[in-house]
Design a protein around this ligand. Structure first.
Ligand SMILES: *Cc1c(COP(=O)(O)O)cnc(C)c1O
Length: 417
């Protein structure tokens, strides 16, 4: 154990290398060439051709699904997926109370209602809580594989079947993660993914919908792709093809330069994830048993993508030291990229979910969540902090330094009280 005094109290910090300690995505020579080549090949693609078709084909084959449609963001992918799944005015969708807001917010733009259900003490959807929130208007439930740790999809698939609900997935943290050997994003009728900057697979900005359901696929096209794609990909004679020129009136296409970046990154994803799993396992082994710290339980059925490594903090084991003060000390040790999740939080904390008022006029008189709702989501959020998960062998020392910094602060917690 580290006997030097805490850096916060004048001792030597564990890490002196200046940040940033973690950057994502990795930009390789192949990415530069792909993006530069795309600049020459074309910067607007109105149909399913070129790099857009290449990326969609590669993603469909990676996941083993029939159809992939790329979009400008993950939020847009969720919007298109919900619209295509037929979620409309008055419909309810069960959403875990602890996620990034965009899992739920597109529903407001379809006249539908996100119905928040509490999570369990690990932060996964609590199916008893979810069952209690089902009404005659509930159409779907969405699984979010938070931090890249897959939900228990056996249980979720049975839950959706038992209640006659559509199962959808938000895979935005979980590209390439698996449950029982099968990739997340292939369990539901459809899945939406973000390809935003820090996500395991990145286009800088982008997203996609994956599905085996051809009817749903046509509607995804109509929702945000319009004209050429709809004319060419929806079969002649299909009742919806007459809407092809306008689609539903939105335009949510991916930028070709973004598509080129994600296409170039995809062949490296599995290698990155293998590296992440190895370093995450090493960090968990180093922190397992450190007072005040709980490492995530990783069921043998799962292979996470580790968008981040979520750790849980038990202040009672450290004399009641607050997480904020604990993290101040960890930061001063030089482990500056350790933080509490910011925007991934109990959705009921957001004003938009409490009293949207004039911002979402159709929702002005909705009763918002009550004080004391979603106690587990609040507890899990208040006791979670996260670390980056590196993938390169060269970064093992940095990962070790981060766990050393955390263990050092835990072992000196009494000095901070
Ligand atoms: C990032 C993210 C989104 C939204 O994706 P954008 O590409 O940022 O629009 C949705 N859900 C989850 C869980 C996310 O992490």
């Amino acid at each position: 154990m580290n006997d030097s005094p805490l850096a916060l109290l004048g001792g030597q910090p564990v890490i002196t290398a200046p940040g940033p300690h973690f950057t994502w995505p990795v930009i390789a020579e192949a990415d530069r060439e792909a993006v530069a080549g795309q600049l020459e090949a074309g910067v607007s693609i109105p149909d399913r051709s070129g790099v857009v078709a290449d990326l969609e084909d590669a993603l469909a084959s990676y996941l083993g699904v029939r159809h992939v449609v790329t979009t400008c963001t993950g939020t847009a992918a969720l919007h298109s997926m919900y619209a295509a799944a037929g979620i409309g005015p008055g419909d309810e969708v069960i959403v875990p109370a602890l996620t990034f807001h965009a899992t739920a917010t597109p529903l407001f733009h379809l006249g539908a209602h996100p119905v928040l259900a509490d999570v369990d003490d690990r932060g996964q959807l609590d199916l008893d809580a979810a069952a209690r929130r089902i009404t005659a208007r509930t159409k779907a439930v969405i699984a979010v594989h938070l931090w890249g740790l897959p939900e228990d999809m056996d249980t979720l698939v049975s839950f959706a079947d038992e209640h006659g609900l559509l199962l959808l997935e938000d895979g935005s943290h979980a590209h390439g993660a698996t449950f029982n050997g099968r990739r997340t994003g292939t369990f539901g009728t459809a899945a939406a993914f973000s390809l935003n900057g820090p996500k395991p697979l990145s286009a800088g900005e982008g997203g996609f919908v994956a599905t085996d359901d051809s009817e749903l696929y046509y509607r995804v096209l109509l929702h945000g792709q319009y004209n050429k794609r709809c004319r060419r990909e929806i079969p002649a004679g299909h009742p919806l093809v007459r809407f092809a020129v306008t689609g539903m009136g939105l335009k949510l296409r991916i930028h070709p330069l973004a598509a080129a970046l994600a296409r170039a990154q995809l062949p490296r994803l599995d290698r990155y994830l293998t590296g992440r799993r190895s370093i995450a396992a090493r960090m968990c082994a180093a922190l397992d048993g450190v007072p005040g710290i709980r490492v995530p339980h990783v069921p043998v059925s799962t292979r996470p993508s580790w968008y981040a490594l979520p750790l849980r903090y038990e202040p009672t084991e450290l004399g009641g030291l607050t997480l904020e003060r604990f993290l101040d000390a960890v930061h001063t040790e030089g482990a500056t990229e350790t933080d509490q999740p910011g925007s991934t939080c109990p959705l009921s904390d957001h004003p938009l979910f409490q009293a949207p008022g004039a911002l979402l006029p159709g929702y002005a008189d909705q009763p918002g969540p009550a004080v004391g709702d979603f106690p587990a989501a609040k507890y899990v959020h208040a006791t979670t902090f996260k670390l980056p998960v590196w993938h390169r062998e060269e970064d093992t020392r940095l990962a070790d330094a981060y766990t050393t910094a955390i263990a050092k602060v835990a072992s000196h917690a009494k000095d901070l009280l």
